[in-house]
Design a protein around this ligand. Structure first.
Ligand code: AMP
Length: 170
């Protein structure tokens, strides 16, 4: 998908100095390309083999919910602090400087046993690893990870034993 790559805009030093930010939002301004991408991601064996999708705050929701609709799979969300109501299960993870955490609603997580993780971009893999740890410590199976973009030189996929699929490798 050559055209897909052209829709990714790069912003230098955002949100911090030294970061080359890859913006996926141009994809959803091109419905034909967005649709092609969603059809491709939805037909992945990772999605077929999972009982449900778990998508990551916030850009992961864009792709996760479209895949969920196309593949007729339920979706739950992993959110940053202060965003979800109800009883939550939370996991901390380390960032380059400091730490963050992701939460899921306990009731939603309990409904399904196996998950496909969906996010917009895989960089170091710290965020996905947090979701993996959260699922594993609650006895849930991770079938695999689907991302739109993978930053190859950061080698995030080497952190994982489950399959990883990306539509664009940069
Ligand atoms: P990581 O935990 O390092 O794999 O970072 C992945 C998460 O941070 C994803 O949810 C991305 O949305 C975001 N992210 C990290 N690096 C970038 C980047 N260079 N451009 C855009 N988003 C990024």
């Amino acid at each position: 998908m050559k055209k897909l790559k052209e829709l990714i805009e790069t912003y230098q030093d955002f949100p911090n100095k030294g970061i080359e930010f890859k913006d996926v939002l141009g994809i959803i301004q091109e419905p034909r390309i967005f649709r092609e991408l969603i059809l491709e991601m939805s037909s992945s064996q990772i999605i077929k083999n999972a009982e449900a999708i778990i998508s990551i705050d916030a850009r992961g929701f864009i792709f996760g919910s479209a895949i969920a609709l196309q593949a007729s799979k339920p979706m739950i969300v992993a959110r940053k602090p202060g965003k979800l109501p109800g009883n939550l299960i939370e996991k901390d993870y380390k960032l380059e400087y400091g730490k963050n955490s992701l939460s899921v609603q306990k009731k939603a997580l309990q409904k399904y046993n196996s998950y496909a993780i969906v996010d917009d971009l895989l960089a170091t893999g710290g965020t996905v690893n947090c979701v993996f740890n959260l699922l594993e410590s609650n006895h849930k199976k991770v079938v695999g990870l689907l991302v739109v973009i993978e930053l190859k030189k950061l080698a995030g996929r080497l952190k994982f034993k489950f399959p990883v699929e990306s539509s664009i490798s940069l």
